[in-house]
Design a protein around this ligand. Structure first.
Ligand code: OGA
Ligand code: NI
Length: 350
């Protein structure tokens, strides 16, 4: 166990213990706090079935880099979300992580509650929904969140079984993010290290989301619609499904592809690219009879990086569409508000 324990001095009996605990106790109807107002529920006629979200084949990078860059750039501009196949990360590493993460959620509730906190900048966080004390309508998921910046590496993953695997998973995912960021830089017509340079000493957060079955799936949401506040998000999910991406007023299902990653552009890449790459809004639906698990790696800029449109992209015809902001300030703004909607729009100049 690490020396860090979030809840040493809090009265844990007054804190929400999470939706898994509710279901483990035999809940048959969701409590009022989880019932979304009609305006926030998923409406069937606004969901488009059967449209293919782009699939990026990493093997194509070797054979024709230019074409790969073009395909990636198109997916990031038109959608801001895509699935990645042939990424080279061993299936055993991914399955091992799923196994380890399930063990974390299966810990006795008293163990998990030692890490319960609404604080964002802590090395290890267990929480349910986003910031329960500020929300009128909670989300139907629990999560663990671990910071992986240099220094936190060893203490961050506190379950012995998973520690070594988590390190190798994080290095593999970091490598994948660097490869994608290089290609995304080239897609802007810039040197391949341009975006990475703007990120500075980048930070990775690993967040595991656990969505238990929900007795009233039409009334609740696993996660509200939101954009991710960081740079690039790399998500691994099981085969249950429920993640949706928004374009205009419509929501598109992401159909799980076995052992693929789902990658989405987040706010800081939209800003750096001056709006060329789109930070896509996404949400998660819940299922009546299945638990869903996702392991999400947020590849983010350093907190002291100042992020604004890259100067190389700005001229008279292309004025900056976003303000420059300290990344730390951006996340503080996001996390002190209820997560609902697209954050980068709030930074837009007009
Ligand atoms: C997130 C997120 C989606 C999922 O954690 O930001 O969008 O499928 N998760 O868990
Ligand atoms: Ni997200």
């Amino acid at each position: 166990m690490p020396s860090f324990v979030a809840n040493a001095n809090q009265q844990t009996d007054v804190l929400p213990k999470g939706v898994k605990a509710l279901m483990d106790n035999g809940l048959v109807t969701i409590p009022g706090r989880y019932v979304k107002p009609p305006s926030h529920r998923a409406v069937k006629h606004l969901i488009v079935p059967g449209v293919e979200i782009p699939v990026i084949d990493m093997a194509a990078l070797e054979s024709d880099r230019e074409k790969f860059v073009q395909t990636l750039c198109k997916a990031s501009s038109e959608w801001g979300i895509f699935q990645v196949i042939n990424h080279g990360i061993p299936v055993a590493t991914m399955q091992g992580m799923v196994h380890g993460v399930l063990e974390l959620f299966d810990l006795p509730i008293e163990e998990k509650m030692k890490y319960y906190t609404e604080e964002v900048f802590v090395p290890v966080r267990y929480c349910t929904s986003m910031t329960p004390s500020q929300e009128t309508h909670m989300e139907w998921h629990d999560h663990f969140q671990h910071y992986f910046s240099s220094g936190f590496h060893e203490i961050a993953w506190f379950l012995g079984y998973c520690r070594r695997l988590a390190s190798s998973y994080v290095s593999s995912v970091r490598h994948l993010s660097q490869t994608l960021m290089s290609a995304l830089s080239e897609g802007l017509g810039l040197d391949s290290n341009c975006l990475a340079k703007s990120f500075g000493d980048s930070e990775m957060i690993l967040r595991s989301n656990y969505y238990p079955p929900c007795p009233n799936p039409d009334l609740a949401l696993g996660m509200n619609g939101h954009t991710d506040s960081g740079g690039l998000t790399i998500l691994f999910e099981d085969q249950v499904g429920g993640l949706q991406a928004r374009k205009g007023d419509l929501w598109y299902d992401l159909k799980p592809i076995k052992n693929a990653f789902i990658v989405n552009i987040a706010d800081q890449l939209e800003i750096l690219s001056n709006g060329k790459y789109k930070s896509i809004e996404h949400r998660v639906l819940v299922q009546p009879d299945q638990t869903r698990l996702s392991i999400v790696a947020f590849c983010n800029p350093s907190r002291d990086a100042v992020i604004g449109p890259l100067p190389e992209l700005i001229d008279e015809q292309n004025p900056p569409l976003y303000k420059s902001t300290l990344y730390q300030e951006h996340i503080t703004n996001v996390y002190t508000k209820y997560l609902d909607g697209k954050h980068s729009q709030k930074l837009q100049i007009n």
